[in-house]
Design a protein around this ligand. Structure first.
Ligand code: IMP
Length: 473
C-alpha cells in the first residue's frame, strides 16, 4: 500500500501502539504530520491526543535534540498544525507548562487547544498513586503520575476539569473541599504506614513527598500539612495561577471544532497513547493503565471514528513496570546489551525497560482488537536499526502449564512463557536507510517474517532516531 496515496480527504488516521507502550509512535506521528500531499499542502491540518496523560512519554529527535512529549501531541514541532488535547486526557498543568516551554524553543507559537472538560491531576492524585505503590498492597509499577487516581475521581463524577481552573475562588474552594474528603483519609493512612517503615513521620513520608517536583519551586510536600492533611489554600493558589497562565489554551468543548475540520475536508492525525496490551479491559489486567488504548477505545475517547489505523511495534519488545512478559530476555547480559543499544529507559520515569523478542501471539491479539478478524493490518516497525548486530527471535506461541498455545488469553497470560520461535541471522547495519529495496538480506527476511507471521502489511520501518530515518512504502 502506498501510504500517502492511501490517505484521502477528510480522513482520520491514527497511530496506535500494539505492545506495552514505548513503540516509538512519537516519531511516526511527527513524521506523518510533516508530510505534504501532491499539491504541497500539509497532509494533516490537526493532530489530536484524545486520551492518556503524563504517564505517556513520546520521544522525538528534532534538530539533533531529544524532545519528550507527555501531554502535547508529539507533532507540535511541525509549525502551523492545530494540536488538540482531548477530554479524556488526564491533564497535569505542571507537566503541560514545562512541556510548552520546551516546544516553544522550536515552534514559538504553537497552536494548542485543550478541551475544557479534560480532568485535572491534582496533588492528592499524585500522592496517592505514589504512596499506594510504596506501601499499599499489590504494586503494579505505575508511573506515579496520578493518572489512575484521576480516572477514579472522574468515574466518581466529582472530578475537577481544566475549565474549573478558571473558575472563581469560591467555586474552586468547594470543589477542593469535596475532593479532600475523598482522598485525605487514605493519604493520611498511607503516610502513617510509610512512616512506620521509614525513619519517623516527618523524615519519612513528608520528605518523600518533597522529592516530587511540582515546578515553580514547589514540591508535592508543599500541598500537605505535617499531619498529612491537604493544605487547601496552597492548592487553590497554585491551581488558579496555572489556570490564569494557561487560559489562552483552555477552551470549551472541542468536538464541534474537530467536526468542522473534517467537514471542511481536512485530515486529522490521532495520536494513541500507551499500547493495546496496557488496555484496562483487554490488556494484562491488573498490570495495565487506567484507560482504553485499543483502536475502539481510542475512537470512543476521541469521539470520532478512525478511517486508517497505523499499528506501531518496535522491532523487538519492551515493557516497563510489572506484569506478564512471556518473551522477556532472561539472559541479563543479552538483555543489557539490547537495552543499551535501544536506549530502553522510560521516557517518563527513567526506569530501565524490560526487553524481549517479538511476540506474535501478543501482536496478533492487539491487531485483532484493533481490526477484528478480517481487517487490514497495517503495521509500522520502529527501531530496526537497533537490532544491527543481534540475532533476533520471533516467538510464535507460548508454553502454558506444559502445553503450547498461540492464543493470548487473559487467565493464562501470567503463566505463559515463550514457546516455539524462529531465530534470524545477524541483522545488518540499516541505520539511515530510506528504501525497502536497500534493506540487506537478513533485515529483509526479518521484516518478511513479521508480515507473514502476524498477517500484517509493513508499510513503514524506522531506521534511526531522526524524522527522516524511515523507510516508507
Ligand atoms: P499508570 O498508567 O501510570 O497508572 O501505570 C500503569 C502501567 O502502565 C505501568 O506498568 C506503567 O509502566 C504502564 N504505562 C503507563 N503509561 C505508559 C507508557 O506511556 N509507556 C509504557 N508503559 C506505560
Amino acid at each position: 500500500m502506498d501510504l500517502i496515496e492511501g490517505i484521502s480527504d477528510n480522513q482520520v488516521v491514527a497511530v496506535l501502539d500494539i505492545g506495552w507502550g514505548d513503540s516509538g509512535k512519537g516519531k511516526i506521528s511527527d513524521y506523518l504530520a510533516s508530510l505534504e500531499d501532491g499539491s504541497g499542502k500539509r497532509l494533516f491540518s490537526a493532530v489530536y491526543r484524545p486520551n492518556g496523560g503524563p504517564n505517556t512519554g513520546h520521544t522525538v529527535y528534532h534538530k539533533g535534540e531529544k524532545v519528550v512529549f507527555h501531554l502535547i501531541p508529539s507533532a507540535a514541532l511541525v509549525p502551523g498544525l492545530e494540536c488538540i488535547i482531548g477530554r479524556m486526557v488526564s491533564f497535569d498543568p505542571v507537566v503541560f507548562s514545562s512541556e510548552l516551554e520546551n516546544v516553544k524553543r522550536f515552534n514559538p507559537d504553537p497552536n494548542i487547544e485543550i478541551d475544557g472538560s479534560a480532568h485535572v491531576i491534582m496533588p492528592w492524585h499524585i500522592a496517592v498513586d505514589r504512596l499506594r505503590e510504596i506501601v499499599g498492597s499489590g504494586s503494579i509499577g505505575t508511573t506515579g503520575k496520578g493518572v489512575g487516581p484521576c480516572m477514579e475521581t472522574r468515574c466518581s463524577r466529582k472530578g475537577f476539569v481544566t475549565v474549573d481552573m478558571l473558575a472563581d475562588s469560591k467555586t474552586l474552594e468547594n470543589m477542593v473541599e469535596e475532593a479532600v474528603l475523598r482522598f485525605e483519609p487514605e493519604i493520611i493512612d498511607l503516610m502513617r504506614r510509610l512512616t512506620v517503615i521509614s525513619e519517623g513521620y516527618n523524615d519519612g513520608a513528608l520528605n518523600y513527598l518533597a522529592t516530587v517536583n511540582m515546578g515553580n519551586d514547589k514540591t508535592l510536600k508543599d500541598f500537605f500539612r505535617g499531619d498529612g492533611r491537604i493544605d487547601i489554600n496552597a492548592v487553590l493558589e497554585f491551581y488558579t495561577a496555572h489556570g490564569t497562565s494557561l487560559s489562552k489554551y483552555i477552551l470549551g468543548d472541542l468536538l464541534p471544532t474537530i467536526r468542522s475540520t473534517l467537514e471542511e475536508g481536512e485530515r486529522i492525525l490521532v495520536e494513541g497513547t500507551q499500547g493495546a496490551l496496557l488496555d484496562i479491559s483487554y490488556g494484562t489486567y491488573p498490570y495495565v493503565t487506567a484507560g482504553l488504548v485499543t483502536r475502539p477505545g481510542l475512537e470512543h475517547d476521541a469521539g470520532i471514528p478512525i478511517d486508517l489505523g497505523i499499528n506501531v511495534t518496535k522491532a523487538y519488545a519492551t515493557r516497563v513496570g510489572r506484569g506478564p512478559f512471556p518473551t522477556e530476555i532472561l539472559d541479563s547480559d543479552l538483555a543489557n546489551r539490547l537495552r543499551e543499544a535501544g536506549g530502553e529507559y522510560g521516557a517518563t520515569t527513567g526506569r530501565p525497560r524490560r526487553v524481549g523478542w517479538l511476540d506474535v501471539v501478543a501482536l496478533d491479539h492487539a491487531l485483532f482488537l484493533n481490526h477484528g478478524a478480517w481487517g487490514k493490518r497495517i503495521v509500522a516497525v520502529t527501531k530496526l536499526d537497533v537490532l544491527g548486530g543481534f540475532k533476533p527471535r520471533i516467538y510464535n506461541d507460548y508454553k502454558v502449564d506444559g502445553s503450547e498455545t498461540d492464543i493470548f488469553c487473559y487467565d493464562e497470560i501470567s503463566r505463559a512463557t515463550g514457546g516455539s520461535y524462529i531465530e534470524f541471522d545477524e541483522i545488518e547495519d540499516v541505520r539511515g536507510l530510506s528504501r525497502f529495496s536497500e534493506l540487506p538480506r537478513n533485515a529483509s527476511a526479518y521484516i518478511d517474517a513479521i508480515e507473514s507471521n502476524a498477517r500484517a502489511d509493513v508499510i513503514l520501518i524506522g531506521t534511526g532516531q531522526g524524522r527522516h530515518s524511515v523507510i516508507i512504502s
